[in-house]
Design a protein around this ligand. Sequence first.
Ligand code: HEM
Length: 406
Amino acid sequence: MTAANPPRLAFDTADPGFVRLPWARYEEIRARGGVVLNEWVNRWMVSDFAPAKMIMTHTELFGSEKGQAEQAGVFGGPTMEFYDGPHHDRIRAIWSHDFRAKDLAALRTMITDIIRRRLEPVLARLRSGDTVEIVAELTRGIPTEVIARMLGIESGMVDQFSAWSDAMGASAEGYTNPGERGDELIAAGRRATAELNAYLREEIGRLRASAADEPGLIATMVRHQYARDHMTEQEVVAGNTQLVFAGNETTAKLLAQIVVTLADHPDQRRAVRADRSLIPAAVEEVHRYETITHSVFRDVIADDVSVAGVAIPNGARITLLLGAANRDPLRWERPDQFDVSRPKLSHLGYAFGLHSCLGMNLARLEAQIFLEELIDALPDWQVDSPVDFGTNYAVRGPAAVRVSAS
Ligand code: HEM
């Protein structure tokens, strides 16, 4: 297959119908060989597990740096996600210890307390027969408060911090939702980014001037020799802003998706309730089955590159369809079936390789504790359908979930 004559499709990735149910489209791409040029967005799309993993492995052929300008708008400056060379590795190394599973285990009590405190009033309302919209009232607040505590944000600022984080998360819908409402969301997101940047800049200045060894991830970066010698002020601010954004919208949607998927599969929920050792597997299976980050982007940065036998020109932009890769029948038996007992096999929900998610162990820990607490407290629940998935395809997940427990 040549670049001049590739398999083509044309579809809008912001179409709410596609965002809610992308699976048939993914199968169409797979049926065409797994690599197509989507003329609607002028991007090459890759649906299968092995080629997607190959692309994320070969950073000498597929780069991330072209997206920097776009990213600067979202975070207020360039971040590790958009560097591929040694600068990426050195920035990532500053926090890598803080996100290791064994170091995060020390945060279990703090995270459990946050989840219990936020879950309790929701449970009380559910038990009294109310219907509760859990994205706004429960799942959004959990990762925001956790990361605020990890960053070392003073407790009086946590509500303001959550409001910034929500506005930043909601702005993604604005880009895929043209019109007055979309413009408002984008403007509110930009304002929130600017205010969060300004707050962090002040914090960074204060920490630099402070002689005390203060706790928290902001202080860790500020004190780090590499940040002092080789990172610009803008990079330090954007790096901290990225942690807020990268972890909150994604984790909040994973938590909401756990509620939805287990409501849709009561037999599986009962199996998890009967055997709590299934909780980590249930969290991974919800993530594989639905996937949260459905698209990550790479650019071809070399000549004579081909993917699954399809030549892709230098400079072309590629979208890796992680949700499709996570249902590749070459990797999973019965990929369209939700099965918490399936043999353990890694999925691509946190990407792979150089840019694999820095916060994956934190997201996993939060999701596991959330499910432990929920399944203990509530034997049974239902969600109103259809669930609204909005128009954000990049971070796909329930935009609103109305839960009842009659
Ligand atoms: C369910 C929750 C999450 C999902 C689905 C998710 C997904 C991802 C994915 C797919 C990437 C790779 C992007 C790419 O290759 O272009 C990524 C990168 C990243 N994630 Fe997450 N993420 C989650 C939670 C978190 C959390 C909690 C944090 C931190 C608090 C975090 C911080 C990051 C950072 C810093 C990167 C960039 C890593 C690098 O470029 O080396 N994420 N995430």
